[in-house]
Design a protein around this ligand. Structure first.
Ligand code: ACM
Ligand code: ZN
Length: 544
């Protein structure tokens, strides 16, 4: 009887804990305990072995809790902290380095006298802090200072780490331009749900957004288009000059801000197609020599870089050298998608390059497709000389692809299956599940403007990254990403509506072990998150 009572009490505590504490993405394991830890006013202590960025993250968190609660707390780095913890004499909110943990793993061990956080790296500490925030009352996401809130944490043990190392979210800043402030808000919400890669689509036919010192006209001219089509009417033009770009100083600011949130920024310079805005600035880079104008409508321009001329490679190497200086991460995305080949078929320089390389139609691919392979390989070699790896859309697989490239599978998962089988690293981003410009309802007329198709919340959640991937190739699937193309999105509130709450479903596919994925449980967690996190932090999102 006593045992049954104990089991029932444990079950009750666990059920009330689980219903009160919904954490997205769901941690790998959570064990509830009795009691609470009062955070407001508690001493905050960091292991002196922690790196400066991790200590800064703790200080930011602590300053926020102090400001909101009105109870100040100092952050100290006392010698012998680890020993005090193992002897049971430590009290307060304590952060310890634990190098036995994986890079992004963390442990939260909360009792009524001590909330202990263990991690091995900045990202581990950041994710522990995000989980702590989700365990606190909603006001931790707000701005009301001096509220007297106690900020009680429920006692529990959480052991957590991600399923995939690459957890990405993309943003198209060419079709519509997003300010640094808007990008920081986007990064903030990514960080709340433990995403760690921001894929920044900086160039396209409709506008070049990245300042390049050696080619200043790219932004002075190529960042502007003479109007924009209205709604979905391809024959229309609103007649309003549209544009914008990021200075290199602003780019550094975004990269640094993202890094403080544990997010690596992956810039995309889409080549050799999607280059009309660049051609408008430097017409000699095209096959016909122009003149060209940045596109005012959506869709793909037939005008592409002329890859028969060496001057095009001088241009690309100069641009990418500046890109490598600006972005310290391991990857540069070189696009490679939707490159029409008609100009190359007609161009004497491109045809001369094909002849010199001895390329011909074979194995179902045209000589011009092999010419694109040549461009990809040449750029890959150049970037490798600067210590960078390339990512490309799945078109880069057509023909021949040199080892070491990472393939982003967007046209469904066929590219992923082929790439993984051939030994390439893969990022899953199929349009069937992760194109957040697609509509969130089957009745698109009832939705704000969306490109078409249907990617509902349950569509996102239903994705299995290993489906159809042979067991021996599954290790090649490095992660999952969603893409937000902005042809039909020009306002921040609309952008957030398309992002949220689908990004929360994405975060579970990226983070959670398969046994922890459960759509019904996720929907119930989401309900409290919408109210608590998104509403309080002021994000717009799609309500049911
Ligand atoms: C793409 O959607 N063109 C990658
Ligand atoms: Zn050409």
């Amino acid at each position: 009887m006593k045992r049954l009572t104990t089991i029932l009490i444990a079950l009750f505590i666990s059920l009330s804990f689980l219903s009160a504490q919904s954490i997205v993405p769901r941690p790998e394991s959570m064990t509830p305990r009795k009691g609470t830890f009062r955070l407001a006013g508690a001493a905050v202590k960091c292991d002196p072995a922690m790196d400066a960025a991790s200590i800064d993250a703790v200080k930011r968190f602590s300053a926020r809790v102090s400001l909101l609660s009105g109870k100040s707390a100092s952050v100290s780095t006392p010698i012998g902290l680890g020993q005090a913890v193992s002897q049971g004499s430590a009290k307060g909110l304590i952060f310890l380095c634990d190098n036995s943990l994986q890079k992004e793993e963390y442990i939260l061990d909360i009792s009524s006298s001590m909330a202990l956080v263990k991690a091995a790296s900045l990202n581990g500490f950041l994710y522990a802090l995000q989980t702590l925030k989700q365990l606190l009352p909603a006001s931790v996401y707000g701005t009301k200072a001096g509220s007297g809130e106690k900020f009680n944490l429920p006692c529990c043990l959480i052991e957590d780490k991600p399923r995939f190392e690459y957890r990405g979210m993309h943003l198209d800043c060419s079709r519509h331009f997003w300010s640094v402030r808007e990008i920081k808000r986007y990064l903030d919400v990514m960080a709340m749900f433990k995403l760690n890669r921001f894929h920044w689509h900086l160039t396209d036919d409709q506008g070049w957004r990245l300042e390049i010192n050696s080619y200043p006209l790219l932004t002075q001219k190529g960042a502007y288009r003479e109007g924009t089509m209205i709604g979905k009417d391809f024959s229309s033009n609103d007649g309003i000059r549209y544009g914008g770009s990021y200075s290199q100083q602003e780019v550094r600011e975004v990269v640094q801000y993202a890094a403080s949130l544990g997010i690596e920024v992956i810039p995309e310079i889409d080549l050799p197609g999607h280059m009309l805005a660049a051609l408008s600035a430097y017409p000699y880079l095209g096959c016909s020599g122009g003149p060209y104008q940045a596109w005012t409508k959506w869709g793909v321009s037939p005008q592409v870089l002329c890859v028969g001329k060496e001057s095009t490679f001088e241009f690309l190497e100069a641009v990418l050298s500046e890109v490598c200086e600006l972005f310290p991460g391991e990857y540069i995305h070189i696009g490679g998608d939707e490159c029409p080949k008609e100009e190359w078929e007609k161009c004497p320089d491109c045809q001369a390059r094909i002849a010199a390389l001895g390329l011909s139609d074979k194995n179902g691919y045209s000589a011009e497709q092999y010419l694109q392979n040549y461009v990809t390989a040449r750029i890959q070699t150049f970037l490798a000389s600067k210590g960078k790896k390339i990512i490309g859309w799945d078109e880069i697989l057509e023909g021949e692809l040199a080892p070491g490239a990472t393939v982003m599978s967007w046209r469904g998962t066929a590219g992923a299956k082929q790439a993984a089988a051939k030994g390439f690293d893969v990022i899953m981003t199929p349009n069937s599940h992760f194109y957040f410009d697609y509509c969130q309802s089957r009745d698109s007329a009832s939705e704000p403007l969306c490109i078409g198709g249907y990617v509902g919340l349950e569509t996102v959640y239903s994705f299995d990254p290993f489906e159809g991937i042979a067991p021996e190739a599954q290790g090649r699937i490095k992660g999952v990403q969603a893409n937000l193309w902005t042809e039909y999105i020009s306002e921040e509130s609309h952008l957030e509506y398309m992002l949220l709450p689908r990004m929360l479903a994405l975060s579970e596919i990226q983070w959670c072990a398969p046994q922890n994925l459960d759509y019904a449980r996720f929907l119930s967690d989401l309900e409290s998150h919408e109210e608590k996190v998104l509403e309080t932090a002021g994000y717009n999102y799609r309500k049911k």
